[in-house]
Design a binder for this molecule. Structure first.
Ligand code: NDP
Length: 489
C-alpha cells in the first residue's frame, strides 16, 4: 500500500474479515485543493455491510473473551504504528481533507495514536463499583461486558482523529466493530486497516465498509446484527439515526453539530484572546465541531477587539495545504457553496463583512484555481435572529456582536438550539466561573480553547447530541453493566 504520486487515482478497498476486498462499484473522491479526482472508494451496498457485520459477529465470542491486558497490548502496537507512519498518514489526511499537512502532523495523527494509547491504558485500570451491606449479609458489585457489534460512523472534518476515538474504546472494551467513515474522506481509515492487521488484531474484529451514508450507512444502522451505534456528524443525520436506534432499542451515542460562542469580557488579555480566538474560528478551515462561530465582545472593548481580530485574520495564509499555510481549501464544492450561501444570507440580513469572502482577494495559480478555497471571513452588525447567528455554518466564518451585561450575554449565548461548547475570556475568576456554570453546553473553556484531557467527558447538550465520550464515559456506551448481589451470610 502506498500513496500514489502518479496521475492514476488511488483505489481503496473495504476491509472485511481481515482481508482487503475489491468492490464492484466505486465512487470518486476529490482532492479539495485542485478539484481533481485523486481516489476511488468502494460504493458499498447492503450485501457488503451484511458481510462485514457477519464477520464481526463471528469474531465476537473470541475477542470478547480476551483479557483487557491482551487487548491493550494490541492497541498499543497500533498506536506505535500510527506514530511510525505519522508523515504518510498526515500527507494523506491533508490531501484528502484539505487541512494543512502541518496541522495533520501536530493534531490529527498524534491524536489518533493517543486515542489507542489512552483507551488501552484506561481499560487496564478500570475498576467496577461495589457496595457491601453487612447488615443484610450481602455485597453488591457490578461487572461490565462488551455489548457486541458496534457500528461506528464518522464525519469528514477530522477523519482519523474522530474515527479512532470510537474504534479504540469499542475494541478496548471487547467489542467487534464495523466502521463507515465519511465517503468524502476515506483514505486514512483504509491505511489504518493495514496498520491494524500488521499489529495482530484478529480477523473480523475490525471491519471497514466505505461508501455513502444513504446506502452503506443506512444498511449498517438498520442491521439487526448491530448492538450499538456511535455516530458523529450533523444534527439532521443524528436525529434520523436516533430514531432508527430507538425503533430497534439499540444503544446509541450522538455527537452532533454546534453553534459555539466566544465571550470576551472587558478585562480579557487581548494579547492572548485575539490569537486564540482566531485559532478557534479558523483552525482546520473552521471545520471543527468545536470552532467558534459567534463572538460576543463586551462593549467597552468591542472596537479594539474587532480591529485586532480583523488585522490578524487578514494576515493568515490561505492556499494549498502545505506545511506553511494556516488554512487549506474547504472539503468539497458542495460545502464551499453552503458556506458562501451563509455569507449571502448575512448580507441580506444587513451585515457588514469586514474581511474575507468578497472583500479580500484570493487568487491562486493553476492547478489550485479549481480548489475549494475561501478566505477567513468576519461579519458584524447581524441580529441574533439571522440564520447566520443561529445555524451551524461549519466553515471559516464568524459573526461578532457587542454585549453589555453578564446576564445579557448568557441569555444570548444560550439562545440557539445547539449546546456543544463555549470559550470565555477575562480575568475576574468569580465572573468567569459564574458564567461558565450557566452556559448550556458540554464544554466551557476559560482563557483557552481545544485543550482537554481524554479522561474528561466530552459531548453536547440540546441538539448537539446525546451521551458523553472519554476514557471512562465511553465505557458506558460500549459495555453493558450487570449488578450482582452475593449473600455471604
Ligand atoms: P453528516 O451527518 O453528513 O455525515 C456523517 C457521517 O454519517 C458520514 O459518514 C455520512 O456518510 C454518514 N451518514 C449520512 N447519512 C447517513 C444515514 N442515513 N445513515 C448512516 N450514516 C449516514 O456529517 P458531515 O460528514 O457533513 O460532518 C459534519 C458534521 O459533523 C457537522 O455538523 C459537525 O458539527 C459534526 N461534527 C460533530 C462533532 C462532535 O463531536 N459533536 C465532531 C465533528 C463533526 P457520507 O459522508 O458518506 O454521507
Amino acid at each position: 500500500m502506498s500513496l500514489s504520486d502518479t496521475l492514476k487515482p488511488l483505489v481503496i478497498e473495504n476491509f472485511i474479515g481481515g482481508s482487503f476486498v475489491k468492490s464492484s462499484k466505486y465512487l470518486d473522491s476529490f482532492d479539495p485543493s485542485t478539484g481533481e479526482i485523486w481516489a476511488q472508494i468502494p460504493d458499498s451496498d447492503p450485501t457488503d455491510v451484511d458481510d462485514a457485520v457477519q464477520h464481526a459477529r463471528n469474531a465476537f465470542p473470541m475477542w470478547s473473551k480476551t483479557t483487557a491486558a491482551e487487548r491493550a497490548k494490541i492497541l498499543i502496537k497500533i498506536a506505535d504504528s500510527i506514530e511510525e507512519n505519522l508523515d504518510k498518514l498526515a500527507q494523506a489526511e491533508s490531501k484528502d481533507q484539505g487541512k494543512p499537512v502541518s496541522l495533520a502532523k501536530r493534531m490529527d495523527i498524534p491524536r489518533a495514536a493517543l486515542n489507542f494509547r489512552a483507551f488501552a491504558e484506561s481499560i487496564c485500570h478500570h475498576v467496577n463499583i461495589s457496595n457491601n451491606l453487612p447488615e443484610m449479609g450481602c455485597i453488591n458489585f457490578t461487572v461490565r461486558n462488551p455489548v457486541g457489534v458496534a457500528a461506528l460512523i464518522s464525519p469528514w472534518n477530522l477523519p482519523l482523529y474522530l474515527l479512532t476515538f470510537k474504534i479504540a474504546p469499542a475494541l478496548a472494551s471487547g467489542n467487534c466493530v464495523v466502521c463507515k467513515p465519511s465517503e468524502i474522506t476515506s483514505v486514512t481509515s483504509w491505511m489504518l486497516c493495514k496498520l491494524i492487521k500488521d499489529a495482530g488484531l484478529p480477523n473480523g474484529v475490525l471491519n471497514m465498509v466505505f461508501g455513502t451514508g444513504s446506502k452503506a450507512g443506512e444498511a449498517l444502522i438498520n442491521h439487526q446484527g448491530v448492538n450499538v451505534i456511535s455516530f458523529t456528524g450533523s444534527t439532521n443525520v443524528g436525529r434520523h439515526i436516533g430514531k432508527v436506534a430507538a425503533n430497534n432499542i439499540k444503544k446509541v451515542s450522538l455527537e452532533l453539530g454546534g453553534k459555539n460562542a466566544g465571550i470576551i469580557f472587558d478585562d480579557a488579555d487581548l494579547s492572548k484572546a485575539v490569537p486564540a480566538t482566531i485559532n478557534s474560528c479558523f483552525l482546520n478551515q473552521g471545520e471543527i465541531c468545536l470552532c467558534t462561530s459567534r463572538i460576543f465582545v463586551q462593549r467597552a472593548i468591542f472596537e479594539e477587539f474587532v480591529q485586532r481580530l480583523v488585522k490578524e485574520t487578514k494576515n493568515l495564509k490561505v492556499g494549498p495545504p502545505t506545511e506553511d499555510v494556516f488554512m487549506g481549501p474547504l472539503v468539497s464544492q458542495v460545502h464551499l457553496d453552503k458556506v458562501r450561501s451563509y455569507i449571502d444570507i448575512a448580507r441580506k440580513d444587513g451585515a457588514r463583512v469586514l474581511c474575507g469572502e468578497s472583500v479580500d482577494e484570493l487568487s491562486l495559480p493553476a492547478p489550485y484555481h479549481k480548489g475549494y478555497f475561501i478566505r477567513p471571513t468576519i461579519i458584524t452588525e447581524l441580529p441574533d435572529s439571522s440564520a447566520c447567528m443561529q445555524e451551524e455554518i461549519f466553515g471559516p466564518v464568524v459573526c461578532l456582536s457587542p454585549f453589555d451585561s453578564e446576564e445579557e450575554v448568557i441569555e444570548r449565548v444560550n439562545n440557539v438550539k445547539y449546546g456543544l461548547c463555549s470559550a470565555v475570556w477575562g480575568q475576574k475568576g468569580d465572573r468567569l466561573l459564574r458564567v461558565a456554570q450557566q452556559l448550556h453546553v458540554g464544554t466551557v473553556w476559560i482563557n483557552c480553547w481545544l485543550v482537554r484531557s481524554l479522561d474528561m467527558p466530552f459531548g453536547g447538550m440540546k441538539e448537539s447530541g446525546i451521551g458523553r465520550e472519554g476514557t471512562s464515559h465511553s465505557l458506558e456506551l460500549y459495555t453493558e453493566e450487570t449488578t450482582i448481589c452475593y449473600k455471604y451470610q
